[in-house]
Design a protein around this ligand. Structure first.
Ligand SMILES: [Zn+2]
Length: 112
């Protein structure tokens, strides 16, 4: 399968993205502004994660944010609702050549 490989800083968590990102999203909600993540949203099946990711569920309990227990990089989020069908991958875990020139969408997560 073609795709792109990314990882957390220490390499314990490996991310395989099976599609090219076409745009990236920045969100100003209470957790995203702290993490500083740059998100690519994709179907659940388009992302494969291996490694010992640790989950953190934020207050409103819609998403789990996953991070590496060793180097603390936030790698991706998953929805708690199994029918949601989408995940967000922190595209910063990949080579900047893959994403730094992409259009950036601003998501006003702080307002809802
Ligand atoms: Zn790590």
């Amino acid at each position: 399968m073609t795709g792109h490989t990314g990882s957390c800083h220490c390499g314990a968590i490996e991310l395989q993205l099976h599609e090219p990102p076409l745009a990236v999203s920045e969100c100003n909600c209470s957790i995203c502004r702290r993490i500083g993540g740059l998100w690519h949203y994709c179907a659940v099946g388009s992302l494969t994660v291996t490694g010992p990711a640790v989950g953190y569920v934020q207050g409103d309990r819609t998403l789990t944010n996953w991070h590496c227990p060793t180097c603390a990089c936030v790698t991706h989020w998953t929805a708690i609702d199994p029918d949601y069908g989408k995940v967000g991958v922190n595209i910063r875990m990949f080579d900047p050549a893959l994403w730094q020139e992409l259009p950036r969408r601003f998501v006003d997560g702080a307002s809802f």
